[in-house]
Design a protein around this ligand. Sequence first.
Ligand code: FMN
Length: 317
Amino acid sequence: MKKVLVVFYSQTGQLTQVVDNITQPLKNTPVVEVVLREIKPKNPYPFPWKFMTFMDTFPESVYLDPCEIESFEEDAHEYDLVILAYQVWFLSPSIPITAFLKSAYAKEKLKNKPVITVIGCRNMWIMAQEKVKSLLAHIGAKLIDNIVLVDQGNSLATFITTPRWMMSGKKDALWGIFPKAGISEAEIKDASRFGYAIKQALEKDEEKKFISLCEGLCAVTVDVKLIKSEKIGTKSFQIWGKLIRKFSKQGEIKRKLFIILYTVFLILIIISVVPINMAIQTLYRKMKKDEVLKQKEFYELPSGSSMDRMKEFSNHE
Ligand SMILES: Cc1cc2nc3c(=O)[nH]c(=O)nc-3n(C[C@H](O)[C@H](O)[C@H](O)COP(=O)(O)O)c2cc1C
């Protein structure tokens, strides 16, 4: 029997739903045992968020400072495959996920194991996955797949709908122009295709080869328009995060002042620099098509965006 460890954290329950759909085909087969482990921070992060608390987490998210998490129940299992489902906070893995990846449990259970990452976020996940890649490499885990589900609507729409959902808890469509917040229900349901493919691969011992099990299922699509923005955003978060983290601690009054200052700076940048940068980037992408394509292919590794196995595994009964 194959043993699959599934580690996840979700605030709103969205990522739990994604995990449920992916693992359903695995739970329905007697040849696989699924062990679910939910990460629980000792001081739970609030949902919905207050603006200040939301911004307060940015320096620690960016600098991969772990929070305290509840220990997992001891188990003697040697896992054949690990699925790690996470959300992005400030272009980085969320703090509870960082805490898990830095835990003794992760060091013990993920070493030399094939790992599939599953991301559910607004739409900016590339730099977060680069950080997760290094955290996984650090503990000797082998990344074999990356599945990414992003919020419905274009970047402009989700710039409104995702923060509104995070700070009010409201997910409904808005004014007839903005779609519902979060990943579409259809996408969440169709995530079961990955489960069917993983189940078939486990039956054939494919995970032992440390190759992608979800290739051909459109597991990940890089939006090339966001690559440069993510890089610039990460740099800005690093500079400000370093400063804020050096001079103040989470929750301190001093921290609030820094956060207000940074928010004002961000708004000014969004109004002035972002539109100019967008125009420059559009031009750059037109002139450097090959380079941009190379970057897209790199960030889509190891699963890729091809769709040639979709028919076989999508809408599976
Ligand atoms: C503090 C915070 C920061 C976030 N930063 C990002 C981000 O940088 N990129 C992104 O695509 N989504 C971001 N999101 C959205 C989350 O990735 C995710 O979609 C949302 O929290 C719902 O996930 P969950 O309910 O399963 O935890 C952020 C959310 C929070 C709460």
